[in-house]
Design a protein around this ligand. Sequence first.
Ligand code: AMP
Ligand code: ZN
Length: 115
Amino acid sequence: MSDCLFCRIAAHEIPADIVYEDDEVVAFEDVNPQLPVHTLIIPKKHYAHVGDGVPEETLGRVFKTVEKVAALKGLEESGYRIVANTGEDGRQTVHHLHVHVLGGARMPIRMGPAD
Ligand code: AMP
Ligand code: ZN
């Protein structure tokens, strides 16, 4: 999808600070980090979110990349949080499947109330 920001990052049409890439996925730094480590993992092929008929193989590759990013970022011992905001109520803002890897500091204890 030529008008999709993350498709364009996957195609190297828009610059990103890429930390890992293979034939099926790209991991790059979030432009607005919420914690010291904030890396996004995307499949190169466009899916809107995890509920968009994503093949198991692709989901597997995306989630297996979490382990690689955690190792590259030195998070294996300290731990981290992975998040996949999905749709309107999930406050997804970029509608290309992505997993946030957040770490490098303790997460807030719990989420706030809904609004
Ligand atoms: P979400 O709200 O789950 O859809 O997350 C989208 C994320 O993409 C946000 O954390 C943004 O900071 C991040 N983002 C938006 N544009 C870019 C960009 N050009 N490069 C890297 N991250 C981006
Ligand atoms: Zn896309």
